[in-house]
Design a protein around this ligand. Structure first.
Ligand SMILES: Cc1cc2nc3c(=O)[nH]c(=O)nc-3n(C[C@H](O)[C@H](O)[C@H](O)COP(=O)(O)OP(=O)(O)OC[C@H]3O[C@@H](n4cnc5c(N)ncnc54)[C@H](O)[C@@H]3O)c2cc1C
Length: 619
C-alpha cells in the first residue's frame, strides 16, 4: 500500500483530526510505521509546525511556484516527501540493524516559538544597506533570519528542529547586481559587519552560520538569488557566462535552450546554486566524465572588500599561479563570486544507465580502476559496498504486478545460482553519455571490463530507477530524523593503492565511535567519483540518537571519522568543503605553512576580516 494514496491519506487525516498535539504525533508515528511509511499528514512535519506561514513566505521568498514552500527544518519542498509505504522492507531492515525505534515522532519547534536575539545593526547601517540595494531587499524578518541562520548538515537540522538558533543574521540582504554587492561590502567593511554569502543554503559542513568575533558589530546574510542570469553563451568556444544565484534546474534549462549542458548534477542540484558549487568545489553524479566544478570554471569575477578580482577567459595560461583555483573553494572568506565563465558540453544524444553486481567490493574497485586507466570514461560510476547494497535492496519498491514480482524473484534465484552471495554482493550504477556511437562503444568496453572482473549485468531498469530517483533520497533523511535516527554522510578521496585500507579504516572508526555512544551502527559506503589515479568514498551512517545529546553524539562520530580519514591518507573532503566542521583539520591537509599562505591572502583581500568568519580557517 502506498503511504500517499489519497484514500489512505483521507482516512489518516480523519483519524488524526481532533487529537491533541502530543497524541497526534504518537498516532501518526504508530500508524506510519505500521504502514511501513514515515507517515504524517502531508506538509505537517510535527504537531505544531506553522506550515501555512512557511508556505506563504517560502513561495514569495524563493520564487518557487505557489504551494511549493521550502521545508526550512529539513530538505526540499513541502509537497514532496519520501514515501516508504510501498517499500515494506525498510523499517524491519533498519530495526534489525540499529535496534527498534520507538513510535514517538521527534517534534519540530514551531517557527513562531523560535526565539532569536534582537537584530544588532545600528539604524544608520541598515539605512545605508537599504539605499544600496533598495528597501525591499533588506529584511530583518523572523522567517528570513531563521532560514539564513544555518545550512542543511545533520547538526544544523537538529538545531533548526529544536529551535536553537544562536547566531542568526541580523539582516538578510539581496543585492541585484555586482555593483550592489560591492556597495554592501563597502558598508559592511566600514561598519565592521560580518558578511556571509548565501547561495542555496545547502551547505553540509557548517558553511553558513553567521558567527561573529569581538570586532564585529553584527552579521548579514548576503542572499545571491537575485543574481540569476545566464549572461551569454559562446557556442564556438563552448563557453557560457552565468551569475552565481542560478540554481541547478534554472541554469541547466537555460543552457539546454542553446543545446548545451553543464554536466554538473550534485544531489542537491534542485536547490543549490552555481556560486555555492564554485565556493565549495562541488561534484555531481556525472563528474567522472564532465569533471568537478573546478574543472568547469574558466574564469571568475569575485568582489572582495579590497576590490574586484577578474580573471581572463583563455583556454590556458602560464601567467603565474592559477588565481581561479585559489578562489574556487574559498567558501566566501575572500569575497563574493558574482560571475563565472563555464565550459559547457553539447546535450548528450543518449544517456545510458544500467546496473551490475559484483561478488566483492574489491572486484568492483578493480573494474573501475581498469576502466579509467584504459580511458573508458563513464559519466557516472558508483559502486556500493555490501552494506549499502543491502540498504538499496531494503528500499526496493514492491514490484507492481505479479509478473514483475515473479521476474524479480527469478532474478534473485539466478544471481544465487551464479554464485553471488547477496550479503557480500556490491551494486554498481554505470551511466554513459554522448552520441549514440560513443555510448555504444564505451558501453561495450565498460561491460567487457566489468565482466572480466566477474560482474553480473542486471540491465537497464535498475540503472534507470536509480537515475529517476537520484534527487529523492534526501527526503528520507527528514523521515529518519522524525523517528530519532542519527543519519549523516561524509566523504573523502584517495589513490587506488590506498583505497581499500582507507575504506576499512573509516568504516571501523565510524562503527567504533557510534558504539562508544551506546548505539548500534549501520555504516554504508560507495565509491562516488573515479579518476585515473584514485576515487572518492562516500559514507552514510545511521544509529539511534542519544536523546537530548544528539549533537554531542554526532561530534564523537565526526571526530573519529575525520581523524581516521586524515591518518589514513584521505582528503579532508572530496566535494563538501571545509566550513566550520572541518576547519581545524585544514592544516593536516595543506600543511600549516599552506594554511598560513591562505590566511595571508585573506589578510590582503579582506583586511577587516568581515568575510564569512569562522569558515575554512578556525577563528
Ligand atoms: C541533500 C544534500 C545533497 C548534497 N549533495 C551534494 C553533492 O552531490 N555534491 C556536492 O558537491 N555537494 C553536495 N551537497 C552539499 C552542498 O549542496 C554543496 O556544498 C553546494 O555546492 C552548496 O551550494 P549552495 O548554493 O547551497 O551554497 P550554500 O550552502 O549557500 O553556501 C556554501 C558555501 O559557499 C559560500 N557561497 C555561496 N555562494 C557564494 C558566492 N556566490 N560567492 C562566495 N561564496 C559563496 C557560502 O558562504 C558557504 O560558505 C549536498 C547537500 C545536501 C543537503
Amino acid at each position: 500500500m502506498h503511504a500517499t494514496d489519497p484514500g489512505l491519506r483521507q482516512s489518516v487525516d480523519s483519524r488524526v483530526r481532533g487529537l491533541c498535539a502530543h497524541r497526534l504525533a504518537r498516532a501518526a508515528g504508530r500508524l506510519g510505521r505500521r504502514l511501513g511509511g514515515g507517515l504524517r499528514p502531508e506538509g505537517v512535519p510535527s504537531p505544531a509546525a506553522p506550515v501555512g506561514a512557511v508556505l506563504a513566505r517560502g513561495a514569495s521568498q524563493d520564487g518557487l511556484p505557489e504551494g511549493k514552500g521550502l521545508r526550512w527544518w529539513g530538505w526540499g519542498t513541502l509537497d514532496r516527501t519520501y514515501p516508504l509505504g510501498d517499500r515494506p522492507g525498510f523499517w524491519p531492515f533498519l530495526d534489525a540493524r540499529i535496534g527498534p525505534l520507538d513510535d514517538q515522532l521527534r517534534p519540530v519547534t514551531p517557527l513562531s516559538e523560535i526565539g532569536l536575539p534582537p537584530p544588532r545593526l545600528p539604524p544608520e547601517v541598515l539605512s545605508a544597506l537599504r539605499q544600496a540595494v533598495g528597501p525591499d531587499h533588506v529584511s530583518t524578518e523572523h522567517l528570513d533570519r531563521v532560514t539564513h541562520a544555518l545550512g542543511k548538515s545533520y547538526p544544523d537540522l537538529i538545531r533548526l528542529r529544536r529551535g536553537e538558533i544562536e547566531h542568526p543574521p541580523d539582516a538578510v540582504i539581496s543585492p541585484g547586481s555586482e555593483g550592489e554587492v560591492a556597495a554592501v561590502l563597502r558598508i559592511a567593511g566600514q561598519a565592521r559587519v560580518a558578511v556571509v554569502p548565501f547561495g542555496g543554503g545547502t551547505s553540509v559542513v557548517g558553511g553558513l552560520e553567521p558567527v561573529t568575533g569581538p570586532d564585529h558589530v553584527g552579521a548579514i546574510s548576503l542572499d545571491l538569488r537575485r543574481l540569476n542570469r545566464l549572461v551569454s553563451v559562446d557556442p564556438a568556444s563552448r563557453l557560457a557566462v552565468a551569475e552565481p544565484g542560478m540554481r541547478g534546474p534554472e541554469l541547466e534549462a537555460a543552457l539546454n535552450t542553446h543545446g548545451f549542458t553543464l554536466g554538473h548534477f550534485p544531489q542537491s542540484w534542485e536547490f543549490s546554486t552555481l556560486g555555492g558549487w564554485i565556493a565549495t568545489r562541488a561534484a555531481g553524479h556525472a563528474s567522472t566524465a564532465y569533471g568537478k566544478i573546478e574543472d568547469l570554471v574558466v574564469s571568475l569575477r569575485v568582489v572582495t572588500p579590497a576590490g574586484t578580482l577578474v580573471t581572463r577567459t583563455t583556454p590556458a595560461s602560464a601567467a603565474g599561479p592559477d588565481l581561479d583555483q585559489l578562489l574556487i573553494g574559498s567558501e566566501g572568506v575572500y569575497g563574493v563570486i558574482t560571475q563565472a565563465t563555464l565550459r559547457v558540453h553539447p546535450v548528450p544524444e543518449v544517456q545510458d544507465f544500467r546496473a551490475l553486481v559484483f561478488r566483492r567490493f574489491q572486484d568492483g574497485l578493480s573494474a573501475i580502476r581498469e576502466m579509467l586507466q584504459k580511458g573508458i570514461v563513464p559519466s557516472t560510476v558508483r559502486l556500493s559496498d555490501p552494506f549499502e547494497t543491502q540498504g538499496y535492496m531494503a528500499l526496493r519498491r514492491v514490484p507492481a504486478s505479479r509478473a514483475k514480482r515473479l521476474w524479480d524473484r527469478l532474478g534473485q534465484v539466478v544471481l544465487k545460482g551464479a554464485g553471488y552471495d547477496l550479503r557480500a554482493a556490491c551494486l554498481m550504477i554505470l551511466g554513459i553519455e554522448g552520441t549514440a556511437e560513443e555510448v555504444k562503444a564505451t558501453r561495450r568496453e565498460a561491460l567487457r571490463v566489468c565482466r572480466g572482473r566477474g560482474a553480473f549485468h542486471l540491465g537497464e531498469s535498475a540503472g534507470r530507477a536509480w537515475y529517476r530517483e537520484r534527487f529523492d533520497l534526501p527526503y528520507l533523511r527528514d523521515v529518519l530524523l522524525d523517528h530519532g535516527v542519527m543519519v549523516d554522510t561524509l566523504e573523502t578521496a584517495t589513490t587506488w593503492d590506498n583505497l581499500p585500507h582507507l575504506y576499512a579504516r573509516v568504516h571501523q572508526a565510524l562503527v567504533g565511535a557510534i558504539q562508544s555512544t551506546g548505539a548500534r551502527p549501520w555504516v554504508m559506503c560507495h565509491l562516488s567519483h573515479a579518476y585515473r589515479e584514485g576515487a572518492s568514498l562516500y559514507y552514510t551512517f545511521l544509529a539511534r540518537q542519544t536523546p537530548s545529546r544528539e549533537i554531542e553524539q554526532w561530534r564523537v562520530v565526526k571526530q573519529a571519522a575525520t581523524e581516521a580519514i586524515m591518518a589514513g591518507g584521505g582528503s579532508l573532503s572530496h566535494h563538501h568543503g571545509v566550513g566550520q566542521d572541518h576547519a581545524r583539520w585544514l592544516g593536516r591537509e595543506d600543511s600549516e605553512a599552506g594554511v598560513a599562505a591562505l590566511r595571508a591572502v585573506k589578510q590582503v583581500l579582506d583586511p577587516a576580516g568581515i568575510m564569512n568568519p569562522g569558515k575554512l580557517f578556525t577563528h
